[in-house]
Design a binder for this molecule. Structure first.
Ligand code: NAD
Length: 348
């Protein structure tokens, strides 16, 4: 598709902010995709990119995904995302986070941040010294806030159960084999829920010690990251990075379900069709992984307590059911169905 900019992933983003703070060396991108439903909200990713173009692509794609995610979760938020370009040594300093907080603050509420890959609750505390447009902050006494990860994991697990019900006719994951890609925040929560219900887990992470530690905790096995997506399993759960469902990896899939928490799992729109054509049930990523932003939204907007967060997360399986039912009725793949629903919600 032709876009007014030479970036293939530009999708009528409302604004793109390129940030450089000379004093601290901070380089970051804040992409505001849509503020149609409210302030553009989405986490900050801290990552060492091969080059600037990769970082820009990530920011553009992730922010668009946040517009879709927030709309589909029924939240009063638009979609945005920030990436901080980590240096080779992957070091981040409080001074850089302060500079980043100031950059967010200058946008006057156009963008609200929270945690994403490489960013912790402590990092949010640093950012919050300079701006109030930040969530995922620590809380006490049952108030809403904190690390969104566990909430994302809960939503993903409930989505996995919905997929298992639909594709395998089972009410529980007991005895099922789940191939889990990643052993980080989201993956470990998913592993814990699944193991508690009696699933058998095989885990892969590029950080082998992380994979081993999680496998030990949940009584699972570890395999090489190159093998995980093609395992003979009941379900593959991608919970690491994006663009892992490609023509090649889809052709090699050996499980009837793909349902996981990673953002932007499909490398291209066509991959949504390819996975569907193989008869594999796919849970659109931004629908199943909305638990964290549901918590962030409730914290930031102050419109509910922890039990309402739980209720909102428990609505994720119903939304997936709706998408899968529409997919059966229309013959369109679930990713395309979800995109059409989301686009209508954000007025595009
Ligand atoms: P994390 O940094 O805690 O964990 C990511 C893990 O993936 C790391 O252990 C990393 O080593 C591993 N990894 C990277 N590349 C890999 C590969 N090729 N194969 C196997 N493992 C690999 O991050 P997280 O918060 O758990 O997020 C995981 C995914 O879920 C990301 O795509 C993120 O955008 C998405 N997500 C996270 C949240 C949240 O609340 N944290 C919410 C929605 C979506």
């Amino acid at each position: 598709m032709q876009t007014p900019w030479g970036f293939p992933d530009f999708d009528a983003h409302e604004a793109l902010h390129l940030i450089h703070d000379e004093a601290t060396g901070l380089r970051a991108i804040i992409a505001v995709h849509s503020t149609h439903l409210g302030p553009a909200a989405g986490g900050t990713r801290f990552w060492h990119y091969a080059d600037d173009a990769d970082a820009l692509t990530d920011a553009l794609r992730l922010s668009r995904g946040m517009s879709f995610k927030n709309a589909m979760a029924g939240l009063p938020l638009g979609g945005g995302k920030a990436v901080i370009l980590a240096p080779e040594d992957r070091k981040k300093t409080p001074e850089q986070l302060a500079a980043f907080g100031l950059a967010i603050d200058r946008l006057g509420g156009q963008y609200v941040t929270a945690e994403d890959v490489g960013m912790s609750v402590n990092d949010m505390i640093e950012i919050a010294r300079k701006t109030r447009f930040v969530a995922g902050l620590p809380v006490a006494g049952g108030a809403v806030g904190g690390d969104p990860g566990p909430h994302t994991s809960l939503g993903v697990f409930l989505g996995i159960k919905a997929a298992v019900r639909r594709a395998l006719g089972k009410d529980s994951v007991a005895g099922l084999h789940i191939a889990l890609q990643g052993a980080g925040s989201v993956a470990s929560g998913v592993a814990m829920h699944a193991a508690a219900e009696g699933a058998k887990l095989t885990i892969a992470d590029v950080d082998a010690s992380r994979a081993q530690a999680l496998a030990t905790q949940v009584g699972g096995k570890v395999v090489d990251p190159a093998e995980i997506l093609a395992l003979d399993a009941d379900l593959v759960s991608p919970c690491a990075l994006g663009a892992i469902l490609t023509e090649q990896s889809i052709a090699a899939l050996n499980a009837p379900i793909v349902a996981g928490g990673a953002n932007n799992q499909l490398a291209t729109l066509q991959d949504g069709e390819a996975i569907h054509a193989r008869g594999i049930l796919y849970a659109p990523d931004y629908v199943i992984n909305a638990g964290g932003i549901i918590n962030v939204s409730t914290e930031f907007v102050h419109d509910g307590d922890a039990s309402l967060v739980r209720q909102r997360i428990e609505a994720i399986p119903g939304r997936l059911e709706q998408i899968w039912a529409d997919s059966v009725a229309s013959g369109r793949n679930p990713a395309a169905v979800a995109d059409a629903m989301a686009l209508a919600l954000i007025g595009r």
